[in-house]
Design a protein around this ligand. Sequence first.
Ligand SMILES: [Fe+2]
Length: 162
Amino acid sequence: MSLDLAPDRARTPLTPNALRKIVRTLAEEPDQWIHKVRLATDDRWYERLESSEDHEVWLISWLPGQSTGFHDHGGSRGAFTVALGELEELSLPSPDQGLLIRRLPAGSDRAFGPDYVHDVRNTTSGPAVTLHAYSPPLSEMSHYDLRAGGLVRTSVEGPEQW
Ligand SMILES: [Fe+2]
């Protein structure tokens, strides 16, 4: 009897560091994506650049004041890098620690596991452009409100909403 392990192997998610490498490499090749960037005043603009069975890559632009709000990634691992401009990331490392605020200037990146929750925002006076990779491809995202007792899930959205 033989066992075919290939299907299981194909479903193994990429690691956060592998996703980081994907977005960093892409950021160094602006001719691959710079001509696609749009800016939108109603909300962040985004476009999926790549989609495969094990991961996907998104290009996102951020005008001043635009933000995600606290959200997870539905169990996907992820990474992103700031290609242009500067963003700020808010996260809660643990319940007994306070809010952690990271400034993310151009060239910086973040990579995270399946349970990560953060809020990413453009608090500057100029636009920003980011590249994101997720594995497996995003299947849903939950949004959260930050309240006195911590993060409270308020809604869940699926691919039909993005
Ligand atoms: Fe995110």
